[in-house]
Ligand binder design. Sequence first.
Ligand SMILES: C[S@@+](CC[C@H](N)C(=O)[O-])C[C@H]1O[C@@H](n2cnc3c(N)ncnc32)[C@H](O)[C@@H]1O
Length: 253
Amino acid sequence: MDENEWPWVLSKVGKKVLRPGGREMTMFLLDNLKIEKEDHVVEFAPGIGFTAAQILKDHPESYTGIELNEEAGKNLRDIVQGENNKIIIGNAAKASLEDGSQDKVIGEAMLTMHADHRKVEIIDVAHRLLRKGGLYAIHELCLVEEGISPEAKAAITKDLSSHSHVNTRPLTQSEWKSILEKEGFRVKKVWTRPMMLLEPSRIIQDEGIVNTLSTVFKVLRKPKARKKILEMRKLFKSHRKEICAIGMVAEKI
Ligand SMILES: C[S@@+](CC[C@H](N)C(=O)[O-])C[C@H]1O[C@@H](n2cnc3c(N)ncnc32)[C@H](O)[C@@H]1O
């Protein structure tokens, strides 16, 4: 990640929950994944490890996080401990784990960062790694308007990507569903939430009062980060009616 990418800016000031639907959406997905002690679990793009820590509380048989970013990987290794648990630095689309070896796969705020053909590659890997009946959870950005024109979609994509310095390519709910179905999944649960990542109420809900205050103090001391965060908040607010967070749990058929 370069230092202008907004998830990087946020993590540098101590924000731990960086996904669009916040902690609430993550907990909804984990509740529906129902991780058991005998489960082998893979997480694509664990980032700063918020979900990894939640998953490990369920003591699955194994946990494997596949993260592209080496620096994130170093921090993740402090969180992900235990004989059967590991972090692999690499691309989820190229995961070399054995076919059908996993019971649950989760990936949050990562498919949206990729072009559609790359999304398909990653979903395909989730499908390959899972046993039949295994579950895949995603947590991504969604375009609210079904049937949105290609021009309007391109304009939103361009605005979000250029200001955030992160490739941002959301899909509509039916597009997310169909991209999963085409790769051999049946979507079992869908949940949408407003995109409120940088709204004070969501920050307190996600981070708790203590971490929120510590983040606020850090932001006040870092004018560059403050400017970037305010810009991002304005950007998300200006698209408030057009984008939301979406979570899906799908079963390999
Ligand atoms: C916006 S962060 C989300 C992190 C975390 N899942 C969360 O929700 O807080 C995106 C992360 O995805 C990672 N990432 C993006 N594409 C990836 C891929 N193909 N394979 C592995 N990691 C990837 C990036 O390195 C970055 O850490």
